[in-house]
Design a protein around this ligand. Structure first.
Ligand SMILES: [Fe+2]
Ligand SMILES: [Fe+2]
Length: 360
């Protein structure tokens, strides 16, 4: 009985903690604020050069830097400076003074003796580049002329398995989202950004184990993951996820990451083929999204600023323009993944063919 009560209490505590940490919007908004403030802090750091090496400043500045990004919102309040821990000083709890340090972040600089300069990047017109998550040299103009109708007809058993796995995943997706394409796109991008990261990571480890080059495929797959993540960063500007959608992402990611990891270990041929079909489905979803926009069922709002800079779009672009470039990206991912699977089918290793850099 005691054990049972203890178990229930523990479960309740875990649910409350997990709910606060992972499903609330606090953590993400805090991080966003922190990025903005860190930029400002970096800008004023030079003016505080005389303070460098001062242990108080070093300690406080690390606290500010680590405050939002490492820990969740609740745990932050009891967070202590790593510098203090490293120096073996007694650990202190956050106090009103600490809060004051946080609230005055805009006026203080991040001071560090590590010599890492704050990066200051400007656009071609001289105005400041405002995104820390990507840089001007990572932006590009999407190739909208790509053939959207290309399809790999499944022939082998493995192809058919990959094809029907993707098709069957579409059923619950259609039921859950129906015609809410903005939300659907945002949620699906949380899944689409996983395969590239898993594949890139596994190729990275393989390269280390075998003392051999990757042919550029590690970078290509990681870039695909980053590109998909940018799709997500864009769509979350137009569709705000609800708490239960965040919870769903949490669950799906836990399952999909591990399943794809195992799948890629067992058969990269199957894994890439499946992603190829997922991308074909993504093209279909974005085509439906465009139809809804054209019918007026979804408001064609101005394009988010992040999308305008990332895809080098004209300033007056709209959501429709964004969906067009995202769909073109998906078509490129489709080609790359079917190509990778074809190579495996021919008994070749990916590193034997140069990775398709700049193919987007
Ligand atoms: Fe995507
Ligand atoms: Fe994609």
């Amino acid at each position: 009985m005691m054990m049972r009560r203890g178990g229930i209490r523990l479960t309740n505590t875990m649910l409350v903690t997990a709910g606060t940490r992972f499903f609330s919007s606090t953590a993400s908004s805090t991080t966003t604020r922190a990025v903005a403030k860190e930029t400002l802090l970096g800008a004023s750091a030079k003016g505080l050069g005389g303070q460098i090496g001062n242990p108080v400043w070093a300690s406080r500045s690390y606290w500010i830097r680590s405050y939002p990004s490492i820990h969740g919102s609740v745990r932050n309040m009891s967070h202590v400076s790593v510098a203090d821990e490293e120096q073996g000083k007694p650990v202190k709890s956050a106090s009103a003074t600490d809060s004051a340090v946080v609230s005055n972040k805009n006026e203080k600089g991040i001071v560090s003796y590590w010599g890492v300069p704050p990066s200051r990047i400007t656009k071609e017109d001289g105005t400041e580049w405002k995104w820390n998550c990507f840089r001007p040299w990572e932006t590009y103009k999407a190739d909208l002329s790509i053939d959207l109708k290309k399809h790999h007809a499944p022939v082998t058993f493995m192809d058919k398995l990959a094809y029907w796995t993707v098709k069957s995943l579409r059923v619950p997706t259609d039921i859950f989202f129906q015609r809410r394409y903005g939300c659907r796109a945002m949620m699906l991008e949380t899944v689409a950004a996983v395969p590239g990261m898993v594949g890139g990571m596994l190729l990275h480890c393989k390269s280390l184990r075998r003392f051999e080059h990757s042919g550029g495929w590690i970078k290509i797959l990681l870039e695909e993951a980053e590109n998909e993540r940018m799709h997500l960063m864009t769509f979350m500007e137009v569709a705000k996820p609800k708490w239960y959608e965040r919870a769903l992402v949490f669950t799906v990611q836990g399952v999909f990451f591990n399943a794809y990891f195992l799948g890629y270990l067992l058969s990269p041929k199957f894994a890439h083929r499946m992603v190829g079909y997922l991308e074909e489905e993504a093209i279909h979803s974005y085509t439906e999204f465009l139809k809804e926009l054209d019918k007026g069922n979804i408001e064609n709002v101005p394009a988010p600023a992040i999308a305008i800079d990332y895809w080098q779009l004209p300033p007056d672009s709209t959501l429709r323009d964004v969906v067009m470039v995202v769909r073109a990206d998906e078509a490129h991912h489709r080609d790359v993944n079917h190509f990778a699977s074809d190579m495996h089918y021919q008994g070749r290793e990916l590193r034997e063919a140069p990775a398709p850099f700049g193919y987007h």
